[in-house]
Design a protein around this ligand. Structure first.
Ligand SMILES: [Ca+2]
Length: 91
């Protein structure tokens, strides 16, 4: 568990080069390199850009750590639903 959390943090910082926000290019690289197995359309730059805009809660054109966690949370929820066999509408 601790190593998973460290990975989440170091992956972000590696892609943002230690900065607080990921720019568009950094986000593209992160998704393509790290999330190709869990997400569809990771080879499509425009789909990733759309995803980035969806995550960008404060509309500054960059992905903050908090906004990145929204994506991780979404992926973790999807995985959990898959593993537990529950339907998407289960709450
Ligand atoms: Ca933002």
């Amino acid at each position: 568990m601790e190593s998973a959390i460290k990975t989440v943090v170091t992956t972000f910082l590696g892609s943002s080069k230690g900065k607080e926000n990921l720019d568009g290019g950094g986000f593209q690289k992160l998704v393509k390199k790290q999330l190709g197995g869990m997400m569809q359309d990771t080879n499509c730059s425009s789909a990733i850009k759309e995803m980035q805009q969806g995550l960008d809660a404060n509309n500054d054109g960059k992905v903050s750590f908090q906004e990145y966690l929204t994506l991780i949370g979404y992926l973790a929820t999807s995985l959990s639903n898959t593993k537990s066999g529950s339907n998407a509408d289960a709450s």
